[in-house]
Design a protein around this ligand. Structure first.
Ligand code: ADP
Ligand code: ZN
Length: 607
């Protein structure tokens, strides 16, 4: 029985979606849910969660109900399914009453395979009564972390989704999320009454993403250099902390020839939605956004995610960077970070309304984030370790590719710590560094700090270099940035053994920030198979142009027609016939019929 389901699942995967094999735990999950089991699926972004409920819905009788928090994306989700020949629809407030009635009829008669609804819609009496009277194959609860009260995507209606279990105890439920932390996982299982569901936990590693974190100097200018040198033809996302900075950065990029759009919660809804839609539809476009942007964005070919400001936590950093490279092709996560970020984030925590316990949690999260920024070892190891996953050096992050040189930094650290002590722990980093470097400022003479023994003892190092040492001192826990309005530096108890010479300190050897070079592709990124020759590159470009036109005609995002990975494979295989095209990953039966002739004609014309 089970293996029969397995064989049917594989058949659907091949003929409908055009993929030759399941990935990771997909096969197991599909079999389990198709056989009527409940599941809680924890899989990173890009892991392939959608197929985990779409295929069971196709294998079981009746309509699969997908609960999704994002009304704005439902149309694209449905379009993508229709492109591969799956009968799908959504029910939401953007529809006319006639349209609603039509979809409801289809659901009641079981004439569609999948219907998407937002949680608040599902919880209405009308909708529940509709489902009472319809053949339902399963409930899929997407973005299930929205049930967590502590996360920033919290949706109160999600908590009430426990009604599904009570009202439809025999219909299988599958909850899915890419949120990696333990607390959220437990909360999902508990609140959605999925304690007895089978848990499928994938590795949270995203091997195709290359992590790099650079010292912030000019910020925007560095960003521009990064995009123009490494991703000039690609789409990406740039995260900034404030709305103002989002707009300024988008303007700056546009002025310098990078097509960029802003997105933040302060913009008018229609403008925001239009920008999101353009980002999803067009190639070669950059979205500059606050963290309000991103959940559920399915665009598979986002090639880079940049942070111009320090995220508040590793959870946030992981989620945001995870939006790069969903298609499995190489992608970059790039961040510029500086001492000012630390000071700002600390101040935001101190000034927030949260109670002391919660502030402590926020501080600990920030410390973990700093730890990643200042680590001397593999960034990926550090990140995965935070989520409870052990791994070795990855070979695909900046610290693996160009290992930082460790030096004995005991003496400069002692100089810094004693300077902080000598100025009575009442001054911010800028002044402490001025003292160390023997600067002549008004403040120094006002406070007679030029009389201190530490005055000028650090003149051999640049201001930038001292800033790097201060950041490491904070990340290592010797120094904290104080709550007061001056963000003064304070010593912790951990500083004492260093000052007394009882403890040595390893520091990163200072290197002047250099312009990013295009990285050579690494072993683990899996790029080689899809590396294109010059003539193949031309075919790929031609196919992309064709795709843009076709997508526009059909009013769907380009990736819904074919993804980059599929177009690259076509450019490589150069199928001269429909049969040859059938073998390409991502070409199912329906797309073969819709687009096969056109693709084959393009290939033949270019050969
Ligand atoms: P998630 O929702 O987990 O972020 P998606 O369901 O959007 O991931 O899938 C991510 C990408 O991987 C999509 O581009 C999808 O087409 C592709 N994909 C998923 N499963 C497979 C598979 N078995 N073989 C090839 N590609 C797949
Ligand atoms: Zn690494």
């Amino acid at each position: 029985m089970t293996s029969d389901i397995g064989a049917r699942a594989l058949h659907v995967l091949e003929t409908v979606f055009g993929y030759p094999a399941f990935r990771g735990q997909q096969a197991e999950i599909v079999e389990h849910v198709a056989s009527g089991g409940d599941a809680l699926v924890l899989m990173p972004t890009g892991g392939g969660k959608s197929l985990c409920y779409q295929i069971p819905a196709l294998l079981r009788d009746g309509v699969g109900v997908v609960v999704s928090p994002l009304i704005a994306l439902m149309q694209d989700q449905v379009d993508a399914l229709e492109e591969v020949g799956v009968r799908a629809a959504f029910l939401n407030s953007t529809q006319s009453f006639e349209e609603t009635l039509r979809i409801e009829r289809l659901v009641r008669s079981g004439e569609i395979d999948l219907v998407y609804v937002a949680p608040e819609r599902l919880l209405t009496q009308r909708c529940l009564e509709l489902f009472d009277a319809s053949p339902i194959s399963l409930f899929a609860i997407d973005e299930a972390h929205c049930v967590s009260q502590w996360g920033h995507d919290f949706r109160p209606e999600y908590i009430r989704l426990s009604v599904l279990h009570e009202r439809y105890p025999t219909i299988p439920r599958i909850a899915l999320t890419a949120t990696a932390d333990q607390q959220t996982r437990e909360e999902i299982a508990h609140r959605l009454q999925l304690d007895d569901a089978r848990k499928f936990v994938s590795s949270f590693d995203r091997p195709n993403i290359r992590y790099s974190i650079v010292e912030k100097t000019t910020g925007r200018k560095q960003l521009l250099d990064f995009i123009s040198s490494e991703h000039p033809q690609d789409s990406g996302i740039v995260y900034c902390l404030s709305r103002k900075k989002v707009e300024e950065t988008a303007d700056f990029l546009n002025e310098h020839g990078i097509k960029a759009l802003p997105y933040h919660a302060g913009m008018e809804y229609s403008v925001r939605a239009a920008n999101q839609s353009r980002f999803l539809r067009e190639d070669n476009i950059t979205m500059v956004a606050t963290i309000a942007f991103g959940m559920g964005i399915d665009k598979p070919d986002v090639r880079y995610v940049c942070h111009l400001d320090l995220p508040k936590s590793l959870e946030g950093y992981y989620q945001e960077t995870g939006r790069a490279g969903r298609d499995g092709l190489p992608a970059s996560a790039w961040m510029a970070y500086g001492l000012q970020d630390v000071v700002l984030q600390r101040r935001m925590i101190d000034e927030s309304e949260a109670d002391e316990t919660f502030k402590r949690v926020l501080s600990m999260k920030l410390d973990a984030m700093l730890g990643l920024c200042e680590t001397l070892s593999c960034r990926r190891m550090r990140l995965l370790d935070y989520f409870g996953e052990r791994s070795g050096p990855c070979g695909n992050c900046d610290t693996c590719l160009i290992p930082p040189i460790q030096v004995d930094g005991t003496v400069p650290m002692q100089k810094l710590l004693s300077a902080i002590y000598r100025v009575d722990q009442r001054f911010a980093a800028g002044h402490v560094i001025d003292v160390l470097r023997g600067a002549q400022t008004e403040r120094i003479s006002q406070w007679h700090h030029d009389k201190l023994t530490v005055y000028g003892v650090g003149a051999d190092r640049s201001e930038q270099e001292w800033r790097a040492i201060v950041r490491q001192a904070i990340a290592l826990g010797f120094v904290t940035v104080d709550h007061d309005a001056f963000s003064s530096l304070k010593l912790t108890d951990a500083a004492r053994p260093v000052l007394k010479g009882e403890q040595k300190v390893q520091l990163r050897q200072y290197q002047k920030p250099v312009k990013a070079k295009r990285p050579s592709s690494s072993r683990s990124s899996g790029y080689e198979e899809l590396e294109l020759s010059r003539s193949e590159q031309q075919i790929f470009e031609r196919l992309r142009t064709w795709r843009m036109g076709t997508a526009r005609e059909h009013g769907v995002p380009a990736y819904v027609v074919f993804q980059d990975a599929t177009l690259r494979e076509i450019a490589k295989v150069k199928p001269g016939s429909l049969d040859a095209l059938r073998g390409v990953s991502g070409v199912g039966e329906k797309k073969l019929v819709s687009y096969g002739d056109e693709i084959v004609a393009i290939i033949n014309e270019m050969m």
